[in-house]
Design a protein around this ligand. Structure first.
Ligand code: F6R
Length: 607
């Protein structure tokens, strides 16, 4: 996730407006920043790595001439956060500048072709292919707009882009596919931005660009066209009634709920990972003597689920270990044949880095899964994968958890392929289901939002909850418990359901809320037995079930329905979402701020 902004003014300097707009978009990314403006036919660019304020102190982002310009605040996806990778990116002759939010999936092929034609690339980003492609298309005789249009037909993936060029000095061309882009319209000029807060101080009149649309903006007008068949689109501006604070959260009251709703988009982005890195990591895992999955908190729960995936799909035994325990628990067993797959959203969790450091000193191979390019974890990993969730502001991990699960499921499937452990048909079915996950999660969240509100109202005064699941769902149960505990301060317990009768069942008395995670998988029959045990002792049963599971519905006092049927290994990705909503609404019911639970920090950098 990155933030882009463009403005075409009737008069005055664009640079200070771009700078102010980027500050409003900083929540979308903050590892580098850049601006480009045009003045008297010359393109001016300032960019560097670092937060906007730091870069502004060094370069003075306001001091650029021209009443037209574009800007970008970056959250690295391809290429570390260095100056050369900061946007805007330009063509060979520095006459076309582009800012981009999204992922160009086929950038490697395009780059190779363009390099063969003599184009010189300066960065490691996927974005840089865009200005070079536009340049190449112009060489073939197209004008700027035609060349941008042709480029959009060539690139695959997600994008919101804004293009500035000396060839059309009074125009910005922007386009959207799966990354947001909104046009702002005022008496003074026209703007385009990743999000409304960027231009809200300038205007409250907004035109939302849809997927597959291109817009040509000038200081006094905008035109919208479809990319596929170049048909004009008539769309009038809407008046936005949000306050600046509401707009930053896209109208949601908290970042946590916004991020819960962002999960379908994040899952879509996990489907755009480069094959190269997935294959490389899968090869390391396949060849490892033993594999330790090392992480803390929510990331540890992703590892716990992954241990079921690796075993079930790839017949690969892995050891999920809490990072702060790793050295004591497994330390002496680590050697040159060990592979550590460290999972950390921030890539900065001290306990996880300490475990990694220890394992490196014993010559183990380090693999990393993180959300932050350039984080400490990426620097010490032999291979790392970036999970593409975009920045997570709410302290509780939500979208980063489901993205981790999606990446880990894809990895397990790759190892399975290398090992020839599952058949062709099963691989295809799983791949198809992974592709469907964003839609299933989207429907599940929408459907369960009102249910979670209602359950939270009814159960807000309960002192404790019990979460149970079998198989991979025991990881879902652990994560659901952590969410409720850390956000709504409800001290809760989670167990693999089979273990509950070895002690915890003694807690049960009439009205005790027990949440069962019940996918329609191999464990279902047994879990029904566990539900009956709890019912017999008067527990109140809340279940998360597959849509239409009438039998478990009839045993439950309340239920959340997941919209679709899933192979067992993918169930945590969808089954956790109603329980994230439950934790969120419990906190809201209790008058707590879910974004900032007491005593917790987003990144835990102490032992
Ligand atoms: C829980 C949560 C924490 C983190 C943990 C690890 O909602 O956010 O438990 O999961 O601190 O953080 P990362 O993944 O950054 O290593």
């Amino acid at each position: 996730m990155c933030g882009i902004f463009g403005c075409v003014l009737k008069e005055g300097k664009a640079a200070p407006l771009i700078h102010a707009a980027l500050k409003k978009l900083e929540y979308r990314g903050y590892d580098s920043v850049g601006e480009a403006t045009l003045f008297n036919g010359v393109m001016y660019i300032k960019k560097d790595q670092g937060k906007i304020d730091e870069v502004h102190r060094e370069l003075n982002l306001d001091d650029m001439e021209g009443s037209i310009g574009i800007g970008h605040t970056r959250w690295a996806t391809h290429g570390a956060p260095y100056k050369v990778n900061a946007h805007p990116h330009t063509d060979c002759a520095n006459r076309i500048a582009v800012v981009h939010n999204g992922i160009v999936e086929n950038f490697l092929e395009i780059r190779k072709e363009l390099e063969a034609l003599g184009h010189e690339f300066r960065s490691k980003t996927d974005t840089e292919v865009i200005p070079h492609l536009i340049e190449e298309n112009m060489k073939k005789g197209m004008n700027l707009i035609e060349a941008v249009h042709e480029t959009l037909k060539t690139i695959r993936g997600s994008y919101a882009i804004a293009v500035l060029s000396v060839f059309e000095p009074n125009t910005i061309i922007c386009a959207r596919n799966e990354s947001p882009l909104i046009i702002g319209v005022s008496e003074e000029g026209t703007y385009c931005a990743s999000d409304i807060p960027a231009f809200l101080p300038l205007t409250n009149k907004a035109v939302i660009l849809e997927n597959g649309e291109i817009a040509i903006i000038k200081s006094d007008k905008y035109e919208i066209w479809t990319i596929e068949d170049w048909k004009p689109v008539k769309r009038e501006p809407e008046v936005i009634k949000w306050t600046a604070e509401m707009a930053e959260k896209q109208g949601y009251p908290h970042f946590m709920i916004k991020e819960i709703y962002e999960q379908p988009r994040c899952l879509r982005d996990t489907l755009r990972l480069q094959d190269l890195y997935l294959d490389l990591m899968a090869t390391f895992l396949d060849r490892a003597g033993e594999v330790f999955l090392v992480a803390a908190g929510t990331s540890y729960h992703a590892c716990l689920a992954a241990s079921y995936m690796f075993s079930d799909l790839a017949f690969l035994a892995t050891h999920p270990v809490i990072s702060s325990e790793f050295i004591e628990q497994e330390g002496m067993a680590v050697n040159i044949n060990s592979t550590i797959l460290a999972v950390s959203q921030s890539g900065e969790t001290t306990d996880t880095l300490a475990a990694v450091d220890y394992a490196r000193n014993r010559a183990a191979t380090i693999l990393g899964l993180t959300n932050v390019v350039g984080s400490s974890l990426t620097r010490v990993s032999r291979v790392y994968i970036v999970q593409q969730s975009g920045p997570e502001i709410g302290v509780a991990a939500t979208k980063t958890f489901t993205s981790q699960l999606s990446v880990l499921a894809q990895l397990a499937l790759r190892v399975a392929k290398i090992r020839g452990k599952i058949g062709h048909r099963q691989i295809e079915e799983l791949e198809e289901k992974i592709r469907q996950m964003p839609d299933i999660v989207e429907k599940t969240i929408k459907k369960n939002d009102p249910v979670a509100r209602e359950v939270a109202k009814e159960f807000r005064d309960k002192q404790v909850f019990f979460f149970l699941g079998r198989g991979i769902s025991s990881a879902t149960a652990q994560e659901a418990r952590l969410k409720l505990m850390e956000i709504a301060y409800v001290p809760s317990i989670a167990y693999p359901a089979g273990e509950s009768k070895h002690g915890p069942i003694s807690l049960i008395e009439p009205g005790f809320p027990v949440v069962f995670i019940c996918p329609k998988d191999e464990t279902r029959k047994t879990i029904i037995g566990n539900i009956m045990e709890m019912k017999a002792r008067g527990a109140t049963i809340i279940s998360v079930i597959e849509e239409g599971d009438e039998e478990i519905k009839s045993l439950s006092d309340k239920y959340f329905e997941v919209a679709g049927s899933l192979p067992e290994m993918l169930t945590p990705i969808a089954f956790i979402t109603p329980l994230q909503l439950l934790a969120y609404y419990m906190a809201v019911e209790k008058g707590l701020n879910p974004d900032k639970p007491r005593n917790l920090a987003k990144s835990v950098t102490v032992k």
